[in-house]
Design a protein around this ligand. Sequence first.
Ligand code: HPA
Length: 271
Amino acid sequence: MKMLQESVKYVLDKIKEIPNVAIILGSGLSKLSSEVENMIRIPYKDIPGFHKSTAPGHAGELVYGDLGSKKVLLMSGRFHTYEGYSPAEVAYPIRVIKAIGIKRLILTNAAGGIRTSFNPGDLVFITDVINFSFKNPLVGKNDESQGPRFPDMSQSLSTKWMEESNRIIEKKFKSPLEEGVYLSVLGPSYETPAEIRMFRKIGADMIGMSTVHEVIVANHIGLDVMGISCITNMAAGVLNQPLSQEEVIEAGNRVSKRFAAIVKTIVEKTC
Ligand code: HPA
């Protein structure tokens, strides 16, 4: 709790105002920060309680400023359990976001497409998650001031916010985003084709190594959450080709303009 207060004080001293929304940027999606005006950059290494982000394609800084007419706080780079952080450490910034006074959170990620009708470059709203990491950031003593011991996860991502956003996107961009279930694994090795066939059978549409622990903590503390996956590659075995980190980053870069336009629209019209 003391650390949380220190993190919040450090960030609030820099940004001075409470942002309308926080956005966590997935691998290859950090270009959205170049759209921010009157930018204040806060490296994670300077924030008490924050770790360094070591994943490729992740910058490791908070970016605060104006996106259109709204104030945003971007997390350019996130923490992953495959880097060796605990699930609670991975989701710590979500607690900071809430304690700053921000009410809405957009989580984004790079994901492999399990549903065969997806294509690299697709942006997909996350309707629900499967926690296949078998770890939970809320394990241990519960702090009742943060949230309940057993948080409800039956509406873990806001259907209302997503549907409102998708109506706006359909109007402005002529077609809505696809919707799908995101399954999270520990990583860092990619999956085998046999695992992907199993994940398809249990109801997953896309797969990645992040997001789910953040969704759990957001529900613990009562943040309104939306999630968007960028399909950067087809999951193992869907196409007859190997997967690579370069492909994931490159696809993120390719889609970054469209991604920025869509996120900007969501922020402008709904936040
Ligand atoms: N699997 C797991 N994580 C990922 C993938 C994938 O295919 N693509 C991007 N992140």
